[in-house]
Structures are given as C-alpha cells and as structure tokens.
Design a binder for this molecule. Sequence first.
Ligand code: AQP
Length: 332
Amino acid sequence: MLNDRLVSYSGVQPSGNLTIGNYLGAIRNFSLYSEKYKTFYCVVDEHAITVRQNPAELRRRTYETLALYMACGLDPEKNTLYVQSHVHEHAELAWILNCFTMFGELSRMTQFKDKSAKHSDNINAGLFTYPTLMAADILLYQTDVVPVGIDQKQHVELCRDIAERFNQIHPNTFTVPEPIISQSGKKIMSLADPTKKMSKSDENANAVVYILDDKDTIIRKFKRAVTDSDTCVRFAEGKDGINNLMTIYSCFTDKSFEEIEREFEGRGYGDFKMAVGEVCADALAPVQAEFARRLSDKGELEAQMKRGAEEASYYARRTLGKVQKKLGFVKI
Ligand code: AQP
C-alpha cells in the first residue's frame, strides 16, 4: 500500500520477442488494475542478463517491450512504466534480501533447475539469486498484488516468505504481496510440445506465437500445431495439444470449453486450428498497429523511460531508506 492506495507490480524480461503466453498470462491483465491501484510495470532488463544476451538485441527489445506495454493498453499517465536498470535501488535491495534468503530456498526453485539444465555452460550466481532480485522489485513498492503467469507463482511465494522473515526481525517494513494468477491464460503451452510452456527463448519459432507475428504466420503456426490422432474437439486428459488450443481460443473469445465443443461438433481439427489462428490474429492486429506507432517515436519512448524511472525512484528510495535505517546502516 502506498499513500492509502493498493499497489500492483509486475515485470517482463526483454529476453526475446514476447509471446501470446506473456500476453495472455500477464500483460493483458496488467491494465485491469490501472484504475483502482497504484501500478508499476517494469521492463526487467537486469533479470534478462541471467542468461547471455546480445547487447544490441537487448537494447532493441527494451524499447520494444516498453512500446508493447503501451500498445497493450497501459496508459503511461495511469501506470508507472519504466526500465529496471534505471532504478538502482532494485539491485541494492536485492543484495540486502540475499542476506535474508536461504540457500535451500533458492535451490528449490523450479525455474533455476530448468534454466540451469538448459544453460549448463553458464549456471551463474545471478541465475540462482534471480528470485531475490524479483523480491526486491516487488517489495520496493510495498506491493499488494502481483499479476503473473503460473510459472512465476513459486517466486512470488518465496518473496512473501522473505518479506515475512524480514518483518519478523524488523516489524512493519514490507507489505506482504499476493500473486494473482489469471485462471484462463495462466499457462499457454508450446505448439510443438504441448507438455512444455510456451517461452520466448524457445529455439523453435514454430512452437511459439509472437505478439508481433503477422496473420499468415500466426495461421501457419496454428495449422502445424501438434494435436492427437482423435478428431473430436473436446477438453480431456491426454489431449494436451487440443486443450492448449481450446485455452487460447477461449482466452481470445471468452467462450467456455462447453461452448467451444458445441461450436466445433462434427468439424475436424483443420477447421478448429484455422479458427484459433483467425481469432488470435484479429485480436493482436490492433496491438500491433499501436506498437508500430509507439515504436516509431523513439524520443517519446526515452522520455517515458525517464519519467517512469523518476516516479519509480521516488518510492524505491523511500523503502530502501527505511530498510537501511532498520538494518543499522549509517546515514551521512
Ligand atoms: N506460456 C506462458 N503462459 C502464461 N504466462 C506466461 N508467462 C510467460 N510465459 C507464459 C508470464 O509472462 C510474464 C513475463 O515473463 P518473464 O519475461 O518474466 O519470463 P518467463 O516467465 O521466464 O517467460 P518466458 O517467455 O518463458 O521467458 P524466457 O524464455 O526468457 O524464460 C510472467 O508473469 C510469466 O509468468
């Protein structure tokens, strides 16, 4: 809570081109909080370097992610939109929180296990302590709710444990946040392997629908999506591919699974895949048009980065100052 207003905080890594998983599981839901909450949405570039990034691409994607936030309906007048590395308090609080986080807790994080298996040549300390930086992001703003996809729930739960541990030793320091997981798009799966999460860093571009894919590409990717040997569109155990396509269709149309089953009764998978591609492309078209408009004005994006960083720094400084005082750091 800040100045008697509830706070919503979330972030996205500019670690690849954003996917419909990032959109349906997270970004699309951010604007639900813009009216009633004080909202902070961050482009978390410091998290992205836990995996090697090409500097030019990281820079480009940082601009793009900010432009996408706005294209997805986040009005910079109503939301604090900024870049993590512009607010140095994130890294400073993360160090402090590292001293309140246990080795065993970090070792249990699923994302750490997955990413260290995927990047076995670069299991760096940053990858291991990623969740304490994420806890710092959230706790700096006295956050009440964190809208995320289900893969990030474990990290928000650890953030709660860290906040509670700190508060026990130094009472009334942090608000303890709640993860908010949207039921419908909480985990969109890969089109090539529907037992695996759709990820922006997937090497197989056909497994992933990017927010900025054009209509033909989107339809082609859905046509190729892995399904099963059955022909009936229904949500059932063992039909991971169809379940995923039904979830995506439901997210874009607001139709229930029963309605979708009725709509496609007696029709084959081909028709259904085409329909999923159509609704997805149609929903993304206005986002893409607004994205192009925002991205073309680099000066305005930089001005927004500056405004956002100034707004965020004001609150971040306040919390970090309070934490440092409680710890006994000398102020000069
Ligand atoms: N497939 C998904 N379904 C639903 N939600 C998803 N999110 C990510 N993938 C899906 C949510 O998007 C937000 C931003 O994610 P992130 O950038 O912090 O990193 P991530 O969770 O690691 O996402 P990716 O796409 O898998 O990135 P890479 O490939 O770089 O690791 C989060 O709220 C996340 O839950």
